[in-house]
Design a protein around this ligand. Structure first.
Ligand code: HPA
Length: 244
């Protein structure tokens, strides 16, 4: 199995990855956000892709998710672990906690959400009842525990359009819907992986209380401070997962 990691905000490069190559890959869907990096993590071959480009220039709605997933598949990935920064909605999702979600709700719009959009192609509706791969999630939860990370082993990720943050009312609605965390990149990434039959799971680092969940304004400085502290732990968890 060749695991691929998609790094989001705060994870444009993985410090503990021993890089062996970089491939600029073209796909039928266009160019991915960055070259696909090959390397070794805990002695195992892995792939890495910076979701927002390297350097980070693409906003969540500007990412070519179809090209990113297709490029990883072309490069030989057999499973994908996506890392992202999120806002915390429910009380367990405090800043600094790493969540391994088991459900997703899509609030995005206007994005390319399928590979099956050709008129003469097959009519295909993939099963997406359980959007994340159970075996990968189990491995991630084991690695989180082994690294003694502040963690929540399940939860619902709400994917919003961005790039603005949400209103307090939108977050209240998302909480009523059952969302625990909120981010801008989980969809359509998760469903495209499913369409390509790539097992996919997510590690979400909570970097701020979501809108209306604290008395103060959400600032980039606050987010960056938590990212700085938390992404090192995420890399440690990924290394433990690969070594297991
Ligand atoms: N909302 C949406 N996406 C995010 C947030 C948030 O509060 N924090 C980090 N990514």
């Amino acid at each position: 199995m060749t695991l691929a990691f998609i790094g989001g905000t705060g994870l444009t490069r993985m410090d503990n990855l021993d890089i062996t190559g970089r491939q600029a890959i073209s796909t039928r869907w266009g160019e991915p956000s960055a070259p696909v990096v090959s390397g070794r993590l805990a002695g195992q071959p892995v792939l890495f892709l910076a979701r927002h480009g390297d350097p980070h220039v693409l906003l969540p709605h500007q990412v070519n998710y179809r090209a990113n997933l297709a490029a990883l598949k072309q490069a030989g990935a057999s499973a994908v672990i996506a890392v992202n920064a999120v806002g915390g909605i429910t009380s367990a999702a405090q800043s600094g906690v790493i969540v391994c979600p088991d459900q997703i709700i899509d609030y995005t719009h206007g994005r390319e959400t399928t590979y099956f959009d050709e008129r003469d192609g097959p009519v295909t509706h993939v099963d997406f009842s359980w959007p994340f791969d159970a075996v990968l999630r189990e491995r991630l939860c084991r690695a989180l525990a082994a690294c003694d990370a502040s963690r929540v082993d399940s939860g619902c990720y709400g994917a919003t359009q961005g790039p603005r943050l949400e209103t307090a009312a939108e977050i209240a609605r998302m909480e009523r819907d059952g969302c625990d965390i909120v981010g801008m990149t989980g969809m359509p990434e998760a469903v495209l992986a499913r369409e390509l039959q790539l097992p996919y799971a997510m590690l979400s680092l909570v970097v701020n209380p979501a809108a209306g969940k604290s008395d103060t304004e959400i600032t980039m400085a606050e987010i960056e401070a938590v990212i700085h502290a938390g992404m090192g732990k995420v890399c440690e968890v990924l290394s433990a997962l690969v070594a297991d």
